[in-house]
Structures are given as structure tokens and as C-alpha cells.
Design a protein. Sequence first.
Length: 96
Amino acid sequence: MAARGMNNVSDLMPPLQELGIDLSASQLYRLLGRKPERLPLPLLGAICAVLECTVEDLCAFRVEATSSRRAAAAGQVVGLDRSVRPKRAHIRRPGE
């Protein structure tokens, strides 16, 4: 924001209003001043347009450590199409 001459969150309000995003200063501060739980895509697109940047410029992405998946041993693999068969249902009227 500072690179675009915007030193305050409220400096974003007029350009966002031109793009059809009407938020109060407190709403905008809650969305941008803290870590939001969710952010509407139209607002994110408008912020990127106003700041002339991309989402990658605004958000830091990192890869979390993931556990590797274990491969099944040859003897443990079960072919469900061959080994598990449903039982045929018999429908009867009461008293039959």
C-alpha cells in the first residue's frame, strides 16, 4: 500500500467504492488489518486491481510438512470387486 501512496486502510475506500465495493472503514480495517478467516473473492480482486498486484503479492504461501503415505503390502491388498459380495434381499409380505 505504501508503494502506491496509501498509508492508511481508509485510503483504499474511494478506489474500492469506484469498483462497487462499499465497506465502512471499520469493516475494511477488520479485513485487512488482521488475519481474516475468509475474504470475498470480489473484494480480493478489487484490492488487487487498486494496488496493481496479484494475490501472490498479498498472501504468503508455505508448504506444510506432510506425512508420506504408506504403500500397501502385496498380501494386504483386497480386491473388493471379487471378495465382497452383497447378499441378495428377499422381500416378503407379513405372514408369508
